[in-house]
Write a protein that binds this ligand. Structure first.
Ligand SMILES: Nc1ncnc2c1ncn2[C@@H]1O[C@H](COP(=O)(O)OP(=O)(O)O)[C@@H](O)[C@H]1O
Ligand SMILES: [Mg+2]
Length: 472
């Protein structure tokens, strides 16, 4: 057993508390009992001796019989003494035999008409008595005395019993406290031990571990927190390994292209100048893709770790939109797509990061151009409460409904080959959604396969203000 455990500390505290309460309680109960008993005896003996001494006449043999009788009914030894100090009544005390004189000291005290109280131990039986002696006076003249002896032994026996009962109660309570401690320790320690084992298993990497505790108290919620932690860690591990697998796959493709075409060039395995140029441009575009992939990954990891710094200032969204449109215009023309936009008059300046917004709009417009074969791309922007909304619609291939929840995931692409042909890395929308999150905006997508796609971006007028979700 671990004596340093919380349970032992708790148990010891309970026991000490019991003792702190019970010991003084027991002691004072004992004192009260013994006090009550001895006062009672003192008063009793005093009263009896006083009454007897007052009502007695000059002691004689006849009276002695009455006192002997009185002794048996009061269970006290009452001794009648004549004026010379001689004992007149029979009694059980060895030193006060009938016909003998009482000790001189006591006799002198009675003679002086004084009463006395003292303890007395019978030399033979060793029984202890409380004694009161009083003189008998007739018209102020000393005629004899009365001694009343009350045995204290019976009281001592009763007090002894009381003390025993108090001790038994204290010992019983200590055993009760021990039992209770054991019960509490079982109740408390078993979930704690379970949770300790579970967290150690999680620390060893066994992330499927679950703690099965359903109590509704703090212990239960701690167990729930451990379960949530293991789920979260498990998801993180899965995501990380998926991510690493994706990265290595994405890097392998362009590098194998680079290697293959570079080898062709090195071995002069081309027929003419056109072929040489086409191989070189493949190498160039694959190198570009690789650079873009690395750049995108770098940006994403910075965003996810919260290391991306925003440069917030008042920016004109109209300017940014025009800038982004310009960047994709050439590609749209090449594909014969109609690219147009409409911005609400006098849009207010927004306090945000202009170059990050341009990155978002450029990514969305680039996707619209890439995934549209014929038709148009249309951008519109307007003010709505504390937000500026930017809608980008296209008439392209669209996204199947079951793919929609995943398009913001890293490396998720509906058609790999088409994306690759367009120079995509599968990271564009992930970057878009991370930037929008940082700028405290939101993004929604609507699309139907073969029916075009629309992305709606909402940007707050001030990206430094915390917005509650229902406001958006
Ligand atoms: N406007 C769009 N129309 C159709 N599909 C789109 C559109 N925008 C994005 N997608 C789909 O979402 C995927 C993820 O987009 P993105 O993250 O930008 O990666 P990619 O590098 O492939 O463009 C794309 O591969 C494409 O399948
Ligand atoms: Mg893209």
């Amino acid at each position: 057993m671990n004596f340093k455990s919380v349970i032992w500390k708790l148990g010891l505290t309970i026991m000490i508390l019991f003792l702190i309460v019970l010991l003084p309680f027991g002691f004072s109960t004992y004192r009260i009992f013994s006090g009550v008993y001895s006062t009672q005896v003192h008063e009793n003996v005093n009263e009896l001796s006083l009454n007897l001494s007052k009502t007695s006449e000059a002691p004689n043999e006849n009276q002695a019989t009455f006192y002997e009788y009185l002794s048996t009914i009061t269970e006290k030894d009452i001794i009648l003494v004549d004026k010379d100090g001689k004992v007149l009544s029979n009694n059980n005390l060895s030193a006060f035999k009938k016909g003998k004189n009482i000790p001189k000291e006591l006799y002198l005290r009675l003679r002086e008409s004084k009463h006395f109280e003292r303890g007395y131990t019978d030399p033979k039986t060793k029984e202890y008595f409380f004694t009161v002696g009083r003189p008998i006076l007739e018209n102020g003249k000393f005629e004899g005395g009365i001694l009343v002896f009350s045995s204290i032994d019976a009281i001592h026996r009763s007090l002894h019993n009381v003390r025993n009962w108090i001790l038994i109660t204290i010992i019983g309570s200590i055993f009760l406290a021990l039992g209770y401690t054991l019960f509490v320790s079982k109740k408390l320690s078993s979930p704690l031990i379970k949770m300790e084992k579970a967290t150690r298993a999680i620390a060893r990497g066994n992330l499927e571990t679950k703690v099965n505790i359903t109590s509704k108290d703090e212990v239960g919620s701690l167990a729930q927190a451990i379960n949530d932690l293991s789920i979260e860690l498990n998801n993180y591990r899965k995501n990380r390994s998926e991510f690493l697998a994706n990265i290595s796959h994405e890097l392998r493709t362009p590098t194998s292209y680079l290697k293959g075409y570079a080898q062709l060039l090195k071995r002069h395995q081309y027929k003419n100048k056109e072929e040489l140029e086409s191989y070189s441009s493949i190498i160039e575009s694959e190198a570009e893709r690789l650079a873009k992939l690395i750049q995108d990954l770098f940006e994403l990891s910075k965003m996810e770790e919260g290391r991306l710094e925003l440069y917030l200032q008042h920016v004109d969204l109209e300017e940014i939109i025009e800038q982004s449109i310009k960047k994709v215009m050439l590609k749209a023309r090449e594909k014969n797509l109609d690219l147009s936009y409409n911005i609400q008059d006098e849009l207010p300046l927004i306090f945000s990061d202009g170059s990050r917004i341009e990155q978002v709009l450029f990514n969305l417009l680039e996707n619209a151009v890439n995934y549209t074969e014929k038709g148009s791309i249309y951008l519109s922007a307007w003010l709505e409460k504390d937000y500026i909304c930017v809608l980008i619609q296209d008439t392209g291939v669209g996204i199947p409904e079951d793919e929609l929840p995943f398009i913001f995931d890293r490396f998720h692409r509906v058609e790999k080959s088409r994306s690759r042909k367009m120079g995509g890395t599968g990271l564009g929308l992930s970057i878009v959604s991370e930037i929008i999150k940082l700028l405290q905006g939101n993004i929604e997508v609507q699309s139907k396969s073969q029916n075009g796609t629309s992305f709606l971006v909402r940007l707050p007028l001030d990206s430094t203000e915390e917005k509650s979700n229902d406001e958006i």
